[in-house]
Design a protein around this ligand. Structure first.
Ligand code: SF4
Ligand code: F3S
Length: 328
């Protein structure tokens, strides 16, 4: 699996990656990871010289939103020039990982799909990355989510302990998300609750997970052979240290008491603060306001709706979407 990329790289999506585009990707990853800019060179070397990282992507109780976020990402390699360069980060990332098992995306099916999974477990013990999308149901003996006649929990127990690292991608995999909303009839729960004690575990909550953060976490793993520094909940500090509110473009309006009071009112049309319309930005830790979405062109607050706190634990039940937070 050792590789030496020949530029330009021609990807499966028929996008051509130039050496310049590759280096810009490495710079974007260093910036997202809050590393000094000279680390871009180290990232480039690790990606270019190292073996391809085998990846197993498990999907349990989910809407496939995290996979769609991954597939549809078209984050430009240069966020200062949106729309100027293409390939997407996924185009590039897929050239430096080996996506060995993903039920939605893989070509094999049935017994051959299971063979692909078993091959990874046998051939790369302790050397593959496991990504989990979706919650793990524990009610009724796990009967609410079975694949090939096996429960989600038994598959997780087979795959996750032998991984180099485990990433819970999206809020459902982190804490149960929507499937765990009251009254949680399936006993849905997140990876860490279902399988406490996983050593190399990272949580990337968000509904869906932000693919830039997912890519940066994988790039860090490839470069340093370890997951990036995380908080006590397993969330990478680079993405979950600051409140959304801190970098929000509407914060000046917040500080000057200029609030939207009704959808479509004059303040809404002028881009005022959405706090009184239920924005959870002051109590949600995520880097949405800086990394953004859709080629770094937009994010929920910029689109005119408050943050619903999708990266917060238990957000479906604990934080009614349009109920304003208590003012300090
Ligand atoms: Fe804070 Fe939300 Fe207002 Fe932005 S829109 S300043 S995140 S309360
Ligand atoms: Fe979610 Fe709020 Fe970001 S709704 S996507 S955490 S702006």
């Amino acid at each position: 699996m050792t590789r030496q990329p020949q530029f330009p790289i021609h990807t499966a999506s028929s996008t051509t990656i130039s050496r310049r585009g590759f280096l810009k990707f490495c710079s974007l990853m260093a910036a997202t990871l809050a590393l000094p800019s000279h680390y871009a060179g180290r990232i480039a070397q690790a990606l270019a010289d190292g073996p391809r990282l085998p990846v197993v992507w498990l999907a349990f109780q989910d809407c496939t939103g995290d996979t769609m976020s991954f597939l549809k990402a078209s984050q430009r390699t240069d966020p200062l020039q949106p729309g100027v360069s293409d390939p997407s980060i996924v185009d590039i990332l897929l050239d430096f990982i080996s996506l060995e098992y993903h039920e939605t995306l893989m070509a094999p099916s049935g017994a051959n799909a299971e063979l692909s999974l078993n091959n990874v477990l046998q051939n790369y013990p302790g050397a593959y990355l496991a990504v989990v999308e979706g919650a793990i149901p524990t009610g009724a003996g796990g009967a609410y989510c079975t694949i090939r006649g096996r429960t989600a929990l038994s598959i997780a127990q087979q795959v996750l302990p032998g991984a180099l690292a485990v990433i819970a991608a999206g809020t459902c995999a982190v804490d149960g998300g929507l499937p765990a909303a009251a009254p949680n009839p399936t006993g849905a729960t997140g990876v860490r609750t279902a399988m406490p004690g996983l050593a190399n575990f990272a949580a990337l909550p968000g509904c869906p997970t932000n693919v830039v953060n997912l890519a940066a976490t994988i790039v860090y793993l490839i470069t340093f052979n370890a997951l990036p520094p995380r908080d006590s909940a397993g969330r990478p500090v680079f993405a979950y240290e600051e409140d959304i509110h801190d970098e929000c473009e509407r914060k000046t309006h917040y500080e000057h008491d200029r609030f939207v009071l009704e959808w479509g009112d004059a303040g809404h049309r002028q881009g005022w603060c959405l706090f009184k319309m239920g924005c959870k930005g002051p109590e949600t830790k995520h880097n949405c306001s800086t990394v953004k979405w859709n080629s770094a062109t937009c994010w929920p607050v910029a689109a005119g709706h408050g943050c619903v706190g999708c990266a917060r634990p238990g957000f479906w039940d604990a934080f009614p979407v349009y109920q304003a937070l208590e003012d300090d």
